[in-house]
Design a protein around this ligand. Structure first.
Ligand SMILES: CC(C)(COP(=O)(O)OP(=O)(O)OC[C@H]1O[C@@H](n2cnc3c(N)ncnc32)[C@H](O)[C@@H]1OP(=O)(O)O)[C@@H](O)C(=O)NCCC(=O)NCCS
Length: 186
């Protein structure tokens, strides 16, 4: 699957085999993102080894087809990524969770995050998934970003995550029901 965002940025789906080749780039970009204030499920500072182990842990799900990984590249350099975890439960074949969306700090504000979300929505539809859920820290810029892409708020869970000092952070649960064609806001 290949989604072209603009002449300079290409968004594509990454297989397990391709992930192995991209490990060094994704590891460094992920590490930099986590350590600059966007924890993405980890505790900063994250080591190179822990970040690499995280990406390696995805290989099995990519092979099984239960996870979709997209990367955005400019001039063949990875500048962003996002994932969909496809529900494997028998009662929810229409559902997916959007996870680990991030864009290189130097490339933010150019529409790459928005394009990644749109490409994730297209990938969701192609896999029969129309109900998308996600969780993000409440009150941080990503919340407004997702809402601008059509996500609706379910509610806020107080103290859902912690940082390394033990301080707790509220998270907001968001969802979007995608139109079957590309008519949704995202
Ligand atoms: C959230 C993130 C992926 C957005 O990527 P991006 O490429 O900068 O976003 P875009 O340029 O596509 O912006 C899309 C819209 O969101 C808005 N937006 C993006 N980042 C924003 C911010 N920090 N504050 C306010 N609005 C923001 C933009 O104004 C834009 O709206 P517009 O098109 O009306 O101008 C990126 O900021 C990021 O990687 N953040 C750190 C990781 C993170 O928090 N991920 C989400 C965790 S669940």
């Amino acid at each position: 699957m290949r989604f072209t965002r603009s002449e300079s940025t290409v968004i594509r789906s990454v297989s397990a085999l391709e992930l192995v080749a991209l490990l060094p780039e994704l590891t460094e970009l992920f590490r930099e993102t986590v350590n600059s204030g966007s924890p993405l499920g980890f505790l900063a500072p994250i080591t190179h080894a822990a970040a690499r182990d995280y990406w390696i842990s995805l290989i099995r799900e990519l092979e099984a087809g239960s996870r979709i990984l997209l990367v955005a590249s400019g001039d063949n350099i990875v500048v962003g990524s996002g994932q969909l975890e496809l529900s494997q439960r028998p009662n929810s074949p229409h559902r997916a969770e959007l996870q680990k969306l991030f864009v290189d700090r130097a490339s933010r504000g150019q529409g790459i995050g928005r394009s990644l979300v749109r490409a994730l929505h297209d990938a969701a539809r192609e896999n029969g998934r129309t109900l998308i859920r996600l969780s993000t820290r409440h009150g941080e810029p990503a919340e407004a970003f997702y809402k601008s892409l059509g996500y609706k708020e379910v509610g806020v869970i107080p103290g859902w995550t912690i940082d390394r000092t033990g301080e707790r952070y509220d998270h907001v649960e968001l969802y979007q029901e995608l139109a079957r064609d590309t008519g949704d806001q995202g």
